[in-house]
Design a protein around this ligand. Sequence first.
Ligand SMILES: *Cc1c(COP(=O)(O)O)cnc(C)c1O
Length: 496
Amino acid sequence: MKEILYSSTRGGEKGLTASQAILKGLAGDGGLFMPDVIPAFDFDPETLVGKPYQEVAWQVMKLLLTDYTEEELRYCIEHAYDEKFDTEEIAPLVRADGAYYLELFHGKTIAFKDMALSILPYLMTTAAKKNGVTNKIEILTATSGDTGKAAMAGFADVPGTGIIVFYPKGGVSRFQELQMITQKGDNTGVVSIHGNFDDAQTGVKKIFGDKAFAERLAENGIQLSSANSINIGRLVPQIVYYVWAWLKLRENGEIAEKEAVNFCVPTGNFGNILAAYFAKKMGLPVKKLICASNDNKVLYDFFTTGTYDRNREFILTTSPSMDILISSNLERLIYLSAGEDAASDRVLMRMLASGGKYSITREMKKNIADFTGGSAGQDAVAARIRELYEKTGYIIDTHTGVASAVYEQYRAETGDTTKTVIASTASPFKFSRAVMGAIQGDLGDMDDWAVIDLLKEKGGVPIPPAVEEIRTAEIRHNCECDPGEMEETVAKLLGL
Ligand SMILES: *Cc1c(COP(=O)(O)O)cnc(C)c1O
């Protein structure tokens, strides 16, 4: 098989193996790692119809993680996608109201982040072994609510690793916060920052770029890595479930051989939908990629106008994991749209850092015509959750609700009848207050647990163990800081 090497979107680092790129997380020049070529499938997807998720994962991931041996990669996959998931299918596909919901929330923390973060610790520790790394690997992660918990669940008590998570105080749901501050594991740290998600993400990127700090850590036998979706080790496992969804549609006779489908993805940091684009580039029959935004519709505006402009008010919504104005992974699409030209990418990213804004050329815009943007405000999302429930009895969470509402608009506006898969990114139990508020109207002062019980009754599905655990869990973390104090806080938590 052809070896795939990774280089920074900004041109400063070149020729890393997959395992080296996973270990580093973010490139030293602030760019993101991209494969030098996106490999095509070396199999006919038809031959994978009916195969288990783990086999599909191996077939897809081996094409991009070429320096992992078959034995290593199969080990990672078998240990990630096991009974931690509450269904053997790992990601079930549910048909409702003329669309297909790909349920990506059957892992430990009931959000789609589990799909990649169940395997990342295995990929990372295998990478350390392969590269003779003896330092402790400290994972620094900014979270808009779901990554933090999923990453800690994956890395808790993994020998040779530690993890510190930063979340925006007041910018995540109470349930998300409880999930994080009750996290067990002696190697876990949780910090709330007095700022929003963009502040947290920018702060983490800054720490990665601080060479003096890296040296100080190295003297103490520590090196940093990232579990954010900027890590290529997050992106690659996410490609798998798009192939899986297509295979399920084939298996169920919903589509014909080679029939193309659309994917509609509720988007924040642009990691999930980018994985769908990779699946298309690798050879999956895909037509449109519908990028669904909430009220923070910076991506919708970008796909509509070709201008990315983060200079706007940051709005807190009922879909907090999508409350983002600086979509990190978009940089990978920009790089591709410029014909993999690192110099162009660097110029645009510098404009983003200084003025918060850039525009792409007409040519670049043409190169990403597979994408279309849509946005749905909170009221539209609530109305769509209620409508879907009343029509079908199926209950979706608020993030999935954004995608569902956007898809309805798209279908009405375009008349496109292509079969469409909507990425269902969280269990409704994770956002039960907003979901039940949408279905039931005003909940008054009903307490959170009563709301969860009501959701169980209405939806006719059991309360996931991840929710039950929170009822009695002990609070173990209470660290707070300003965005300017993040580096010091890391040093303190690491005992430097
Ligand atoms: C993270 C997250 C998203 C956004 O995914 P991106 O990869 O950041 O675009 C959407 N929904 C939920 C529930 C999430 O946790």
